[in-house]
Ligand binder design. Structure first.
Ligand code: FPP
Ligand code: MG
Length: 294
């Protein structure tokens, strides 16, 4: 299945979408797509079939998000913890990702037409070479797109992201590129894997589990959090609309805390900005190297 597919929403669903769009729409939504294996067990199919259905649901959800006017989506596709699952499941998930990224590249005109920028956030050095090459190519060809943003967290955990960021900054201090006084919350955010994204307005976890599983912990301190009691492959547009309604009800309060945060943010010094540009440049060189080693 393609990443971008046209949905056939019923008249009632289209009407509900129209109503919800009268309120404020979150611009960035993060998903923890949980419950694929329970879905597989429930339907007596192989575990990987649950993940494949999970991908299909992701494709559907991306179209709903486009229809709703959500500009940016971040999904948790594979955590560093997931490497500890059985060899069979890890290999199957990597194969699924290879197949889907290959498909994405085959359909690149659709991405360019829709102006979608793809980013893979995570510790790319942990990803097998063949998959890393495809991901790097997808990121490079879409890097200047700016209509919609899809961030795929792969080989990701927040603790790893924060640890790697601390190493990058420590290295900068050691080389005298920056000094301790250049380090602020804003600067730190700009050095994370998610440096190019605003923080999510809304985070949704499916499957009824009430935890964050080391996902975007720095970025979601002011986000609306919604836990849905539905397995990811079974989720529907109604579940998404309910989550947005939850966000709309709590939005005024969230906005207040964001405004408060803005007032206490220290802006970046010129030296810090130059350093973050260098970090971005290094990331790009890493991607170019990954593509050229194919
Ligand atoms: C969590 O369900 C889901 C995952 C670990 C994988 C999610 C991946 C996809 C939906 C496919 C995305 C693929 C690409 C290429 C973006 P679980 O396995 O923890 O299920 P459980 O909670 O029922 O055990
Ligand atoms: Mg799970």
């Amino acid at each position: 299945m393609s990443w971008i597919r046209k949905n056939t929403l019923s008249f009632l669903q289209l009407f509900a979408v129209k109503i919800i769009k009268c309120g404020r729409i979150p611009q960035h939504v993060a998903f923890i797509m949980d419950g694929n294996r329970r879905y597989a067990r429930k339907n007596q199919v192989a575990g990987i079939q649950g993940h494949a259905e999970g991908f299909n649901k992701l494709a559907e959800t991306l179209q709903w998000c486009l229809d709703l006017g959500i500009k940016e989506v971040t999904v948790y596709a594979f955590s560093i913890e997931n490497f500890k699952r059985s060899r069979e499941e890890v290999d199957a998930l990597i194969d699924l990702a290879v197949e889907k990224f290959q498909r994405l590249l085959d359909e690149r005109e659709k991405l360019m037409e829709n102006g979608v920028r793809i980013s893979v956030i995570g510790n790319l050095s942990l990803i097998p070479d063949n998959l890393r090459q495809l991901m790097a190519e997808a990121m490079l060809i879409t890097k200047d797109n700016d209509k919609a943003f899809l961030n795929i967290a792969f080989a990701y955990t927040s603790r790893d992201e924060i640890t790697e960021t601390v190493k990058t900054i420590a290295e900068g201090v050691r080389n005298n590129a920056i000094s301790l006084s250049d380090i602020s919350e804003d600067f730190f955010s700009r050095c994370l894997y998610t440096s190019r994204s605003p923080d999510p307005d809304l985070i949704i976890r499916t499957s009824g589990e009430i935890r964050f599983s080391d996902y975007l912990l720095w970025q979601i301190s002011h986000s609306c959090v919604h836990f849905a009691n539905v397995l990811w492959p079974e989720s529907s547009i109604w579940d998404l609309l309910i989550a947005i309604f939850h966000y709309q009800r709590g939005h005024a309060e969230l906005n207040r805390s964001k405004i408060y945060q803005k007032t206490i943010d220290q802006s970046c010094t010129l030296r810090a900005v130059a350093f973050t540009r260098k970090v971005e440049k290094n990331k790009q060189s890493f991607l170019e190297l990954a593509v050229s080693s194919s």
